[in-house]
Design a protein around this ligand. Sequence first.
Ligand SMILES: [Zn+2]
Length: 56
Amino acid sequence: MAQISKNARGASSTHHFYCPCGGEIKMKTIFDSGKVKNVAECDKCKRVERRPNDFK
Ligand SMILES: [Zn+2]
């Protein structure tokens, strides 16, 4: 009866990124000029970069 989804695992990344200030970086989706963009924002200092890897 129970249905097991093959896609149940791996849907969300467990990767965490941290800003040099020590804050955790969160991914955000914003709308810019009618386009959807993903940006990374530090929870603490509110620094915004295009990708989490740019926080170095
Ligand atoms: Zn920061």
